[in-house]
Design a protein around this ligand. Structure first.
Ligand SMILES: Cc1ncc(COP(=O)(O)O)c(C=O)c1O
Length: 438
């Protein structure tokens, strides 16, 4: 019996009924086979073949409290007893909206939806309605969900190295079959962390640009932090040109602190999108921002729709996550950051000792591990030079040692991870690297 026999058999069964065999295309990439989970608790997960793992994938980010957190689950049970959704108003949505306006510095008001993709769609719509302009500046290597309006091929081989924009922008490749090229005609794709490219683009096209949308840390491609002064410059330029600045905090929101990256960096965008950790594993996302933009929803100029928006289960989840993370004056963030820093530091020295060129970019409880012979990875071009084949082997071998990591190199830490998990992980890394080196 192989280690993954049951998972492999279940995938085969799923492929008969479930298109693609998995529920989200990315999940198909797990090697040697997508795993089927039996149960998960805290930082650990067991698959149907009875293999146990420390989980650093954390469902691609939302499980900031780990799996099946007792207090969180208790809140979910209580919420379900009251009925999951009403298609009407209830106090939970006022409560969560109020709390978000308290913890997110940019938020005068918020609007709820179910996924990060939807939150981004709403933010773009608000920006266009507010400015009366249509173009959106986005950055190579960033990901903002899979809607036709913004999904470009990813990671972006469509990157235009010169930073030049074709005059008609037809050079931006759609991210998927079935996506009309026309859907991207309003997108201007430029390199990130490059103040000159930004200034040139905004100066040239500001009459047409409704919004600049950015991940505040390039979590989807290398967990790259903004260069000193870059985000400040972006804020300055967008304000000068009457362009809405959207920070896509679907990953960083609630990970870099309750106030997200904008709270941490002390910069106020006009709108932010948050998702993932906000719902702790229950579908929930939000757009938060300035009163004069958000009020377009109240005036009816912008339609914001969704059958399940603000349902009782999701708002109870959001409130529970905030309460757990706020306990002990934010101790949870200190704990997560310490755990991630320790793990990143020890892995760096382990790789160094073994003579394996690697870079780990870490910010708070999220980091990207890349095998690359460079002193640092600070831009998308360098990120694209990492050894993806070696990392894929590493991820697969780590599974055998009981450590679950995303095949792309991004690791998440939750409040449930601690020193025990770090120790076990380091033992596994050492074994795996010796094996790979042989
Ligand atoms: C920065 C960012 N924005 C938006 C999204 C889309 O969120 P969702 O997968 O919930 O639609 C993601 C998902 O990974 C993301 O990382």
């Amino acid at each position: 019996m192989t280690r993954y026999e049951q998972s492999a058999a279940k995938l085969q069964e799923a492929e008969t009924y479930l298109a693609g065999g998995v529920a989200s295309s990315l999940r198909a990439s797990m090697k040697p086979t997508p795993l089927y989970v039996q149960h998960a608790y805290g930082a650990r997960l067991r698959d149907v073949d009875q293999n146990e793992y420390i989980d650093y994938m954390l469902a691609y980010g939302p499980l900031i409290l780990g799996h099946a957190h007792p207090a969180f689950n208790e809140r979910m049970n209580q919420a379900l007893q009251r009925g999951s959704t009403y298609g009407m108003q209830h106090e939970g949505e006022i409560e969560l909206a109020r709390r978000l306006t308290e913890v997110l510095p940019c938020a005068d008001q918020v609007a709820f939806s179910g996924s990060g993709t939807e939150a981004v769609m709403l933010a773009l719509r608000l920006a266009r309605a507010y400015t009366g302009k249509s173009k959106i500046v986005r950055f190579s290597g960033h990901y903002h969900g899979w809607s036709d309006a913004i999904f470009t091929s990813f990671p972006s081989p469509d990157f235009i190295a010169s930073g030049g924009l074709g005059d008609d922008n037809t050079d931006i490749a759609p991210g998927t079959g079935g996506q009309s090229r026309n859907s991207l005609q309003d997108i201007l794709l430029i390199p990130w962390n490059d103040p000159i490219a930004l200034e040139e683009t905004l100066t040239k096209h500001h009459d047409e640009i409704a919004a600049v949308i950015t991940e505040p840390v390039m979590c989807n491609s290398g967990c790259i932090a903004p260069r000193t002064g870059y985000m400040e410059r972006m804020r300055e330029l967008t304000a000068r040109f009457g362009i809405v600045l959207i920070w896509d905090e679907v990953i960083t929101g609630f990970r870099l602190g309750l106030g997200g990256a904008h709270g941490r960096f002390g910069i106020t965008p006009d709108l932010v999108t948050i998702g993932k950790a906000l719902g702790g594993g229950i579908p929930l996302s939000a757009v938060a921002g300035k009163q004069d933009i958000m009020r377009l929803i109240a005036s009816g100029k912008v339609m914001h729709l969704g059958t399940l928006n603000g349902n009782g289960l999701s708002t109870a989840a959001g409130i529970a996550v905030i309460e757990e993370l706020a306990k002990g004056n934010g101790q949870a963030f200190v704990h997560m950051e310490n755990t991630a820093s320790l793990l990143a530091k020890e892995m760096r020295s382990l790789f160094k000792r073994q003579g394996i060129p690697a870079v780990i970019n870490q910010l708070g409880p999220v980091f990207h591990l890349m095998f690359i012979d460079r002193p640092e990875v600070a831009d998308f071009d360098t990120f694209n030079q990492r050894d993806t084949g070696l990392y894929a082997r590493f991820a697969e071998e780590m599974l055998k040692e009981g450590i679950l990591v995303r095949p792309n190199g991004l690791w998440y830490v939750s409040t449930a991870h601690g020193e025990d998990e770090v120790k076990e992980t380091l033992v596994a890394v050492e074994k795996v690297m010796k094996r790979i080196g042989q």
